[in-house]
Design a protein around this ligand. Structure first.
Ligand code: NAP
Length: 190
């Protein structure tokens, strides 16, 4: 798949490195095109990378998504967009309301500290990544999540509020309860 990552920071390059290793074509969109991304990879302008990707992953501050839409709303319209952003402390953590309403909106990669996505195996078991997405895009998002080395668990369509509750659970356990950032969730089924 051709994957456009918006943001070349911790989460952008963590996801991008794993996805490139998994054989995907990864391009980074940045306000500083031409710079090299940590870990390698092509860094182009945001406009360029939004031209024809199969999927867009948002790995920039949640508060910056409105600005992204103001500048690139036409290019985002109709695309499969995985929102990995979190607005810490805000009533709604996700950035869906700042995106064009026509995006095929998926919510994933926001529920774990980035180091767990860089190294998703705990005692031989892959951590789970719970996600929501339009049902027609479920398989594509599963492919992206599996490309990062996580086990995808589909929660449904338009279920970002459930995914955001898992983000809040992670913050409560890892940070407020002091269990530490090396913490992930796993679904057990009988
Ligand atoms: N850190 C975590 O463990 C973690 C886990 C899950 C989700 N998240 C979420 O993932 C997102 C990225 O976090 P991060 O830790 O990767 O942050 P980061 O290392 O600070 O990277 C942020 C990236 O966003 C870019 N950016 C900032 N403002 C922008 C704008 N207006 N337009 C385009 N690009 C812009 C920055 O590029 P410039 O060089 O242009 O500033 C940088 O590449 C955040 O929403 C965060 O809440 C973080």
């Amino acid at each position: 798949m051709k994957i456009a990552l918006i943001g070349t920071g911790f989460i952008g390059t963590t996801l991008g490195s794993s996805l490139a290793d998994a054989g995907h074509e990864v391009v980074y969109g940045s306000r500083h095109p031409g710079e090299s991304a940590p870990g390698g990879g092509t860094v182009a302008s945001i406009g360029e990378v939004l031209a024809d990707p199969d999927v867009v992953i948002l790995a920039l501050p949640g508060a910056a998504v409105a600005e992204l839409t103001a500048a690139h709303g036409d290019a985002l319209a109709g695309k499969l967009v995985i929102d990995a952003t979190n607005r810490m402390g805000a009533e709604v953590a996700n950035a869906r309301a700042s995106l064009p309403p026509t995006v095929r909106y998926a919510r994933a990669f926001n529920t774990l500290g980035g180091e767990n996505m860089a190294d998703p195996v705990f005692g031989g078991e892959r951590a789970d990544m719970f996600f929501s997405a339009p049902s027609g895009d479920r398989e594509a998002v599963e492919t992206v999540i599996a490309g990062v080395g996580l086990r995808p668990i589909y929660v449904g369509e338009d279920e970002e509020a459930i995914i955001d509750a898992l983000f809040q659970l992670w913050i409560a356990l890892a940070m407020r309860q002091g269990r530490g950032r090396r913490l992930a969730l796993r679904l057990l089924e009988g």
